[in-house]
Design a protein around this ligand. Structure first.
Ligand SMILES: C[S@@+](CC[C@H](N)C(=O)[O-])C[C@H]1O[C@@H](n2cnc3c(N)ncnc32)[C@H](O)[C@@H]1O
Length: 305
């Protein structure tokens, strides 16, 4: 790991974490994979790496996520920096899912920790993990293979995925937005809106913006080039601006937050539906037939907002 900045991580935490991590085991793992060959297999030549991403170091690693050292060290380090317990925090996202998803997209999936949990929670769903770093995807793919989970790993930019309109019931991202400039965050939310079917849900898990504003020193723990910009913003407001309805942010412990939103029925369709309901003769039957909801185009029946 290169040390280009004097962060709290470099000065105090890194030596402690190094004691906790089995560095020899990590080296053995790193050497067990031909990272260049494997990342070339996953890399798509259609993907242009944006400047905000390639020009910065993240977590003090030179070249950010575009190397194998980021992919190998990410999980062992992250477990100590998502308190009180990484799995518990990620589980909060899973527990907040209100749809019965058939297709799930996890944006900026990294090494796939949340993506794997999504597939475990919804084994019948098609799950796609998308990331700009083919190295992180190699690690994610290896984890899924070990866990026996069938997940599609896709090299791509969450701002412009190239995936088809309205083909997902659930779009998620964990720990992504604190690493993207505000304009990129907004572009990713617009893209998520485009990808979701009406009634589909978006869930964004990340650092607690309120806490980051209140406890200034948290912004200096790691080398995080866009963290202050993230802290100054509001994912809640950005989600609303992207067109989502029923937007709600909840604190997960005091250090994280989870924002949920739903893609609403377009206003014109909602008006037509209301007119139709008003002009249709009232039925006295009490049997509920959900099949007629399929015409609305939402696979996300039973969404509770
Ligand atoms: C802090 S990591 C989070 C990884 C994972 N979601 C997790 O919860 O551990 C941020 C990830 O977002 C990816 N990323 C950043 N900007 C992206 C973009 N525009 N499109 C796709 N992935 C992006 C990075 O490559 C990195 O793997």
């Amino acid at each position: 790991m290169a040390v280009p900045q004097n962060t709290i991580w470099d000065n105090f935490l890194s030596p402690v974490v190094r004691l906790l991590i089995d560095e020899e085991a990590l080296k053995r793992y790193a050497l067990s994979i031909d990272w260049e060959q494997e990342s070339d297999r996953i890399r798509s030549n259609d993907v242009t790496v944006p400047n905000y991403y390639s020009s910065q170091n993240f977590h003090g690693i030179e070249g950010g996520y575009l190397n194998s050292s980021a992919a190998v060290s990410y999980d062992p380090i992250t477990q100590y920096f998502v308190p009180p317990n990484e799995t518990w925090v990620r589980q909060a996202l899973i527990d907040a899912i209100k749809v019965q998803p058939r297709r799930i997209l996890d944006l900026g999936c990294g090494t796939g920790s949340t993506t794997l949990m999504l597939k475990q929670a919804f084994p019948q769903a098609e799950v796609i993990g998308l990331d700009l770093s083919p190295y992180m995807l190699v690690r994610a793919e290896d984890k899924a293979k070990t866990a026996g989970l069938d997940i599609c790993w896709q090299h791509g930019n969450a701002e412009t995925t190239g995936l088809e309109d309205a083909t997902f019931d659930l779009v998620t991202a964990s720990l992504l937005f604190h690493e993207t400039p505000a304009t990129v965050t907004q572009a990713i939310l617009r893209e998520s809106f485009r990808l979701l079917a009406v009634g589909g849900q978006i869930l964004m898990l990340d650092g607690n913006q309120k806490t980051l504003r209140q406890v200034e020193m948290l912004n200096d723990v790691f080398e995080e080039p866009y963290l202050r910009e993230y802290a100054a913003g509001s994912v809640d407001a950005s989600m609303g601006a992207a067109g989502f309805a029923a937007v709600r942010t909840q604190d997960i412990w005091w250090i994280h937050q989870l924002t949920s939103g739903v893609k609403p029925i377009p206003a014109a369709d909602a008006r037509n539906q209301k007119n139709f309901q008003m002009s249709a003769p009232r039925s006295t039957e009490t049997t509920i037939d959900n099949n007629d909801l399929e015409g609305v185009g939402s696979p996300a029946f039973g969404v509770v907002v």
